[in-house]
Design a protein around this ligand. Sequence first.
Ligand code: ATP
Ligand code: MG
Length: 490
Amino acid sequence: MSKGSILIVDDESEIREGLELLLNTEGYSASSAETGEAGLALLDEKPFDLILLDVSLPGRNGLDILCEIRRRDPNLSVVLITAYGSIDMARAAFKSGVQDYITKPWSNEELLVQVAQAVEGRRLREENVHLKRALKQRYNFPNIIGKSEKMLAMLDLVAQVAPSRSTVLIHGESGTGKELIAKAIHSASPRADKPFVAINSGSIPVDLLESQLFGHVKGAFTSAVASKKGLFEVADQGTVFFDEISTIAPETQAKLLRVIQEREFMRLGGTETIKVDVRIIAACNVQLINLVREGRFREDLFHRLNVIAVPLPPLRERKLDVPLLLEHFLAIFCKENGRAMARFTPAALRLLVDYDWPGNVRELENVVERAVVLSSRESLDVDLLPESVRTRELLGGVRLHLSEFISELPGEAGSRAGAGSATASLFQIMDEIERRVICDMLERTEWNQTEAAENFQIPLSTLNQKIKRLGIDARRRGPARAAESSASAT
Ligand SMILES: Nc1ncnc2c1ncn2[C@@H]1O[C@H](COP(=O)(O)OP(=O)(O)OP(=O)(O)O)[C@@H](O)[C@H]1O
Ligand SMILES: [Mg+2]
């Protein structure tokens, strides 16, 4: 299968033929045209993934042709071919959504990387468009990106429960999209045109929370100079979203239980029972059942909330969604900042896909925004990624998950430091990190210490000293392997 179809528009036959040959050899299917008009005619005949467009064409110039191309297919990737002097012109073209430019003369290697990126960019843009359309058709959830099995299974469940009045408990790590899903449920329900009221119980003191939820009558407390409706009344016939439900105080838990069971409550200081029709969606980022076991959350309320449990998978368990989400947020932030569409270089993409995303989609969104704001370049490279994402690169590719590492540290470093020590000193921690990094490198070089020392850019003798001091059993692995293989040879 072809890697992608490419149209070359250039008036120099040498360039056309050279590029066509290069791209066809690399597995693309390339065609070419000598003038802009001929290029447009080809474009009308069959679809292309990418156009390599010379800016200085005889007759209508490249920028003119570019506008025509955009009108035909706004998602098509376009890479401009420019002579050295016309870079400014190429920059102007970025405003028309050009992905990249190549300056004559180019290196074939770089050109192929640029072509691959542009074709991939087109694929992702199209996929996002299709995905959004499909998700909208299937679920009527715009703005939710995801094609991993876990996300689709979750969306299936959400689509199924949305039309009902059932209480939903959304559980997921911070930044996984709990609020987004709560809103999607509301929008896909018959309550869509009624209020969606979100309340974060964690950030409000008990008294204030109760008066906000249930309202109060005049004189209920000193500052209650007039009666006031609570959120439950405001949200009547709509949805109330309890964010961070785990933080709600025991007294309020009891009152909330009553609202869910009886759909009624009293204003603070009031005697009249008020009936409401609200749907309740709750979210939490801890396992609520654990709080029940610890006696910190009412069991009856938990069961009332947990009628439909919607677990949101962390991003590290659906890496397939990472490139799509990156593309989605790149489009949003580039548009917001009034600039041409930017993209990440393959090296940056690799780090972004490899990264564990402890802050999930919110963290990814922030990383994209940061990169877009920090650079006006169209190509966003590794240097624009925060250190957390680059850790792997900074460590020379060594796998080191600091969070996991630190959580297991006291025991390990403690036992190394002698029984009974509950915490580790900074030196012990640094030693442990050094030990792991060296072991990891030795594994990667198949215990070739010379190669490992070279990779670390330190003398072999220094590496030897470290191996000895840290008690790494490097000898055992090397000769042991040799012994094993000689044993099996005999
Ligand atoms: N699948 C997704 N597609 C597109 N955007 C998403 C997706 N999931 C989350 N987001 C975006 O990520 C950001 C964080 O989502 P949201 O606030 O819903 O997460 P949360 O789980 O409520 O986080 P927290 O626990 O920190 O409150 C929002 O800007 C949201 O629009
Ligand atoms: Mg939230």
